[in-house]
Design a protein around this ligand. Structure first.
Ligand SMILES: [Mg+2]
Length: 265
């Protein structure tokens, strides 16, 4: 299906619509085009340290018109996964207080204490991590070798103004060195988030388009879900990376502005 017929736009944020606090040129025009053509845009993020409210504020501050409906985070995806597979069960969470609060608000029995019966262990990108939390998760994973163990997102590092800091995967690898167990990861590149976003929308899979700057998360998630993909060169990937990679986007553009001009052609 051609770009002109796309209706559901699933956008990555960092490196795709902004860098640091700077919104890329053409983003607001692009979102305006989507609205005026009867489409829908959703920002899909693997970052599990921030809540949807934080993102609404961040993008609003940059001058983008958004509400909570325009976001889908790995925490929201994890809540849906937990309701599907562990409904009514007690979930031990190693994550930020905003992650725990968001899970509780969506009906998950999220606990941060190891006492009592625990049915599943969850790790997130915990920017409030302490050694005690690492001890607690190791205790649970040693105590019950078969306990289901999941994590919000498989990102190795999270970009900051001075470079990468340990994200969820790096934290889980520290745990793995101690206990010899790795979690099942929910976020991109798994297809789960893309599937949820398509299913929650009024549109068909063929009408969806995944737009992102990372091949092994954004583009891979789209490919895994059978959705067309656009790789923008405004973030991490270069044309050379795309040539070398086995993960191929359907389209490559310099940035959102070029994507918009191609759709309008
Ligand atoms: Mg990105």
């Amino acid at each position: 299906m051609s770009l002109k017929n796309k209706k559901l736009f699933l956008l990555d944020m960092d490196g795709t619509v902004y860098e640091g606090g700077r919104l890329f040129k053409g983003v607001n025009e692009f979102l305006g085009y989507i609205e005026s053509s009867g489409g829908q845009y959703i920002f899909i993020t693997n970052n599990s340290s921030r809540s949807v409210k934080d993102y609404v504020k961040k993008l609003s501050d940059m001058g983008v018109r958004v509400t909570e409906k325009n976001f889908f985070t790995s925490v929201q995806a994890t809540a849906l996964y937990l309701k599907e597979h562990f409904d009514g069960k007690r979930i031990f969470c190693m994550g930020t207080s905003s992650m725990v609060e968001e899970l509780r608000n969506s009906g998950v029995d999220a606990v941060t204490s190891t006492s009592g019966k625990i049915d599943c262990v969850l790790a997130g990108y915990d920017t409030e991590l302490t050694y005690q939390k690492l001890r607690d998760i190791c205790y649970l994973l040693h105590e019950n070798r078969d306990i289901p163990y999941i994590a919000t997102n498989p990102d190795r590092g999270c970009p900051t103004e001075y470079g990468l800091v340990p994200d969820c995967f790096a934290i889980c690898e520290a745990v793995n060195y101690a206990v010899g167990r790795r979690p099942l990861y929910i976020g991109k590149p798994d297809r789960f988030m893309i599937d949820c976003a398509v299913n929650m929308s009024p549109f068909k899979r063929e009408q969806a388009l995944v737009i992102g700057d990372r091949l092994y998360t954004d583009i891979a998630a789209g490919v895994n879900a059978g959705v067309d993909t656009v790789c923008v060169l405004s973030g991490e990937s270069t044309r050379e990376d795309i040539e070398k990679s086995e993960i191929k986007p359907a389209y490559v553009f310099e940035d959102i502005r070029e994507l918009l001009s191609k759709i309008r052609e």
